[in-house]
Design a protein around this ligand. Structure first.
Ligand SMILES: Nc1ncnc2c1ncn2[C@@H]1O[C@H](COP(=O)(O)OP(=O)(O)OP(=O)(O)O)[C@@H](O)[C@H]1O
Length: 289
């Protein structure tokens, strides 16, 4: 028995190559694994997933062409790789932009550098938070439609420019006034930066997500669309049902409660989120699309 084990070691283990692993190698492996994981997540959550599937099919096709020595197909494939790559960059420009914006989002670095939960770190005050929650549910009660974009790290200047400049302090009364039926500012979305409403009647990009429930109209589609191209939190009050919904990070939580909205707002209230605040939100709601 002992002989057998010794023989096994002689045959297999001795000839095995064990490279010297340094701390930097381990760090490198962790970084590469993290980058690959992030790229896979990005691919899964964007249209790039379709692109990846298309590329796999094309790859299999080219492999078959190589095995069966189909020279014309191989020649065409070689010639069109550059064109296809350029085409992919043009088609996925919004997704690539979003991915780069995410990398540049302040809190990626400040999470490590800033420990201050003070005023400088606060995006908006509790007063603004309460005003938003109160106004949305007041409007919901009387079925007044509303679309409110709360800006985070990504500046929404290009969307602000589609509307009318306001620059006023946010309050419940102002919100109720803006979205009042048949008033000049009620159409479109308002953009909130900090404690101020920067503009009203803004036009938001519509989501092209095919899986959105058919009973949702353009107001909800615009909220979801905005959450696809930015990190903003978007609140929608339905004119039809009075229900309040919230969109962020491509997810729409429908028919939410005032407590839920307050919690979601608390989570973005600080530029560097407080871990205690995050733990208050227990994952996705069941009504999240
Ligand atoms: N792209 C957009 N950007 C900003 N606001 C928009 C956009 N599209 C629609 N809206 C707003 O939504 C209103 C139309 O809402 P619509 O009834 O189509 O949507 P809905 O999702 O069914 O909402 P509701 O439940 O309130 O009816 C418009 O009058 C306008 O105020």
């Amino acid at each position: 028995m002992e002989q057998r084990i010794a023989q096994f070691f002689d045959n297999y283990i001795k000839v095995m190559y064990f490279p010297n692993v340094h701390v930097t190698d381990v760090i490198e492996i962790i970084i590469v694994a993290f980058i690959v994981y992030e790229i896979m997540l990005w691919i899964k959550n964007t249209k790039a997933w379709m692109l990846l599937k298309g590329m796999i099919v094309l790859g299999i096709f080219i492999l078959l062409a190589a095995i069966f020595r189909m020279h014309t197909i191989l020649y065409l494939a070689r010639g069109s790789i550059g064109v296809l790559a350029t085409g992919a960059i043009i088609v996925f420009q919004p997704e690539l932009r979003r991915a780069l914006e995410k990398l540049g989002e302040k809190n990626l670095l400040t999470n490590f550098l800033v420990f201050d939960k003070g005023k400088d770190n606060q995006r908006f005050t509790n007063r603004t938070l309460d005003a938003l929650v109160e106004a949305c549910f007041e409007m919901g009660k009387v079925c007044t439609g509303a679309l409110i974009v709360v800006e985070q790290a990504i500046r929404l200047t290009e969307y602000e420019n589609t509307g009318i400049e306001l620059d006023c302090v946010l309050s419940t009364q102002i919100l109720l006034n803006i979205f009042e039926h048949n008033t000049p500012l009620h159409d479109g979305a308002i953009i909130v930066r900090g404690n101020r409403i920067t503009s009203a009647t803004c036009y938001l990009p519509l989501s092209e997500n095919m899986q959105i429930s058919k009973d949702l109209g353009t107001r909800h589609r615009a909220a979801l669309g905005m959450s696809e191209v930015s990190d903003a939190l978007i609140i929608v009050v339905s004119e039809e049902t009075g229900q309040v919904s919230v969109a962020m990070g491509r997810q729409l939580a429908r028919n939410i409660t005032p407590e839920y909205l307050a919690t979601r707002l608390e989570q973005i209230q600080y530029k560097v989120p407080d871990s205690k605040r995050w733990s208050k939100w227990k994952g996705r709601q069941k009504n999240e699309a």
